[in-house]
Ligand binder design. Structure first.
Ligand code: MOS
Length: 735
């Protein structure tokens, strides 16, 4: 087949759904108007561990408009089948209202359903729950860790790290503490559930319609095809919507028990208790190096929190194994089960936490050796993946640093800590490497070309704000030879061809490749119809010599000879053509595939107040082909904003006496606001990686987050001479 001209891909298109969003027409989960809907409010536990001894619902039930209160006392029937598709973590997920046990503070213990939200909220406040509380443990630093390694994380070793450390010219032995963080998307989690006989329809905030569909079928013990999950718009998620949490089950359960459609929206406060979080870490890192800055050894001993009922895991091992050419490495990960709800992947999960440790340690090493931090990294660039001995599909980290150093003005820097001042402010600059895996998943798509020359393409993927509607429209438009205006992309419906979760930065690679495959098939079908049609001006032409542009098929190099899709379909009495295509990653890749970034930060620190202000940031990315430059830039800026939050502000504070999160609101849990955000620049290296995917992309969504916090931390050290091995870096730590 002849390569299609690329007109839409690579163009700085604005969001195709932008108008819907800014005019309020985009419907988020709680916005859907469902006939006869009633409202549910969750009552949650005020202890972290123990038993429920009684639930007094009399006052609540006496309120006008209240339709019912449901708790474990009603023994609601739920099947809780094992669910192979979306059972994320070993263990047993929280079974709602199935027993009197309290496993964490804020656990749902009852739900009130009423005709209005106000009535439900008021009645929920009148439900009196009594407990037999036991002493709870919610503090990671007090352990104890579970015997044996966490799931999917065998202790890793290559070479002999202890021996290499013993004989290293230079050693560092560093201890880190990373705080728990919450995702805090703008849109709170919400679910509307409606039963039609034994069929369940759910409008839900989810990054995985297929996963939620599977989970609800398993929980309610009904066939998969009886469940439909819709999630057309998502107001941010950052990972919190990657699994179906208890409130999703509760909405469907309440709808079944009350016999009406039910809407359940979590409050902002409830978002801190039952929709996951980035776990706290304690991390010890030791580095050994030659005097010339060649790493000889690295050991990683760390632990992070999980619940008592599920063993959370995240990708916190890869960077330690593959980022630098270190001959001797050991890793000992541990999990600490606590009386908390289960964490869930958040913004560059695992990679973000381990990168902070590795990349600030590299900076310490650079200072200890008197080597420029970029130069130190370049001296440890591996020629192949040191953990698998595989060649890299592409790895352009050197180029990221070279381009970034020039654009940022790195050479003008005086490396001495506290060497640069601007009035009361100490000025510092720092760098860090960003790196994130290329995850890939099976995806399918469907495309239909209508007689009017427009196309509808769909896949059960998602748009959490990342821009999927737009980028998939661009891919489809080029593959079909249509203008962007004539293509509609649909997503967010479990009845559509299946797609993976929108997580782990796999959407463009997986779904994008499926959309391209589908639209290529559809275009070839139309070309075949034309060249075999005696009445077509393209009759008898080699299909490989036909391209489509602006909805018109023509001979390559001879635009005059051709016809439009409309003419072709009309003459053949076809109301539409359709195709269904897919993408399946190869079972085992021969390549090591990662996205790379060089992150640069400049900060100003008030010498007397310890206040840190980020002055500018630059990210240079090796992410493969860039489909949608404007959205890729937005994503990078968003990653820097998220990284500024992680570096300086975000910190979930738990009162370990009772497991209560004390800053469970957006006033006390600090996230960056506009005034915190300076000039942020993103540069994507031109290029593509067709070993990673047929569409030539690597990963991007999380990559842009990974190196941000360590670059800022390194800049803070350069400004102040203070090395803070904690996240977030607070003013107190700098005084
Ligand atoms: Mo991302 S943390 O996989 O939504």
């Amino acid at each position: 087949m002849s390569p299609q001209p690329q007109a839409a891909v690579g163009a700085p298109l604005s969001r195709v759904d932008g108008r819907l969003k800014v005019t309020g027409q985009a419907k988020y989960a709680a916005d859907h108007d469902i006939d006869g809907v009633v409202h549910a409010v969750v009552v949650d536990s005020s202890i972290a561990r123990g038993r429920i001894t009684g639930i007094d619902t009399r006052d609540a039930e006496a309120q006008r408009g209240v339709l019912g209160v449901i708790s474990h006392l009603d023994k609601p029937r739920l099947t809780y089948r094992q669910n192979q598709v979306s059972n994320a973590f070993p263990g047993e997920r929280l079974h709602v209202f199935q027993d009197d046990t309290v496993r964490f503070f804020g656990q749902p213990v009852a739900v009130v359903v009423a005709t209005t939200l106000e009535a439900a909220e008021h009645a929920a406040s009148l439900v009196k729950v009594s407990y037999d509380a036991e002493e709870s443990a919610t503090d990671l630093t007090r352990g104890p860790a579970q015997d044996g390694p966490p799931p999917f994380a065998r202790p890793y070793a290559r070479g002999n790290a202890e021996e290499a450390l013993g004989s290293a010219d230079v050693r560092l032995d560093l201890a880190y503490r990373l705080s728990r963080n919450h995702h805090n998307p703008m849109e709170t989690h919400a679910t509307i559930a409606r039963w039609d006989g034994d069929k369940l329809t759910v409008w839900d905030k989810t990054q995985w319609v297929i996963g939620t569909q599977n989970e609800l079928a398993a929980v309610f013990g009904i066939p998969l095809e009886n469940v439909r999950v819709l999630s057309p718009f998502i107001g941010g998620a950052f990972g919190s919507a990657l699994r179906a949490w208890p409130h999703v089950t509760i909405a469907a359960l309440a709808a079944r028990e009350i016999g009406r459609p039910v809407k359940l929206a979590l409050t902002r406060r409830q978002m801190y208790f039952t929709v996951g979080y980035r776990p706290a870490y304690e991390y010890k890192l030791r580095l050994g190096s030659t005097r010339r800055g060649r790493l000889t050894a690295m050991t990683h001993d760390f632990k992070y929190e999980t619940s008592r009922y599920e063993q959370f895991w995240e990708a916190n091992l890869a960077l330690g194994q593959m980022l630098y050419a270190v001959p001797n490495v050991s890793q000992n990960p541990q999990i600490v089960p606590l009386d908390v709800s289960t964490p869930l992947w958040m913004r560059g999960p695992g990679y973000g936490s381990s990168a902070f440790v590795i990349e600030t340690a590299m900076d310490e090493l650079a200072y200890k050796l008197g080597i420029d931090p970029i130069e130190l990294r370049l001296r440890n660039e591996p020629g192949e993946d040191p953990s698998t001995q595989q060649p890299f599909s592409t790895r352009r980290l050197r180029e990221c640093f070279r381009v970034g150093a020039r654009a940022f003005g790195w050479r003008r820097r005086d490396p001495r800590p506290r060497s640069t001042r601007d009035g009361d402010w100490l000025i510092g600059t720092g760098v860090a490497t960003g790196c994130y895996d290329v995850f890939r998943g099976q995806a399918q798509a469907h495309a239909r070309l209508d007689a009017d020359g427009t196309a509808v393409v769909q896949s059960a993927t998602h748009d959490t704000g990342t821009g999927t509607y737009t980028s998939m429209t661009q891919v489809a438009a080029d593959a079909l030879g249509l203008t962007v205006r004539n293509v509609t992309f649909r997503l967010g419906d479990s009845a559509m061809p299946p797609a993976p979760a929108q997580g782990a930065s796999q959407t463009m690679l997986s779904v994008g490749s499926a959309v391209q495959d589908t639209c290529d098939m559809l275009r070839e079908q139309a070309i075949k119809l034309a060249v075999e049609d005696e009445r077509s001006p393209l009759h008898g032409v080699d299909p490989d010599d036909v391209v489509v542009r602006g909805g018109r098929l023509h001979v390559k190099g001879d635009p005059a000879r051709g016809e439009t899709y409309r003419q072709l379909l009309a003459r053949n009495n076809r109301t539409y053509l359709e195709a269904r295509g897919s993408y399946t990653p190869e079972e085992e890749s021969r390549f090591s595939m990662y996205g790379y970034a060089a992150m640069f930060a400049e900060v100003a620190v008030d010498a007397r107040l310890g206040l840190v202000r980020v002055r500018r940031m630059l990210g240079v990315y090796d992410a493969g082909r860039i489909i949608s430059p404007k959205l890729a830039e937005s994503q990078a800026v968003g990653g820097m904003v998220g990284g500024i939050g992680a570096a300086l502000l975000e910190h979930t504070v738990t009162d370990h006496r009772d497991g209560r999160i004390v800053n469970a609101n957006l006033a006390d849990y600090l996230v960056p606001v506009n005034a915190d955000i300076p000039d942020l620049k993103a540069v994507y290296l031109d290029g593509e990686d067709y070993k990673a995917a047929p569409i030539g992309v690597k990963s991007l969504g999380e990559l842009v987050q990974i190196g941000v916090a360590p670059a800022i931390a390194n800049a803070v050290f350069h400004a102040t001479g203070r090395r803070v091995r904690e996240l977030p870096i607070t003013a107190e730590a700098l005084l």
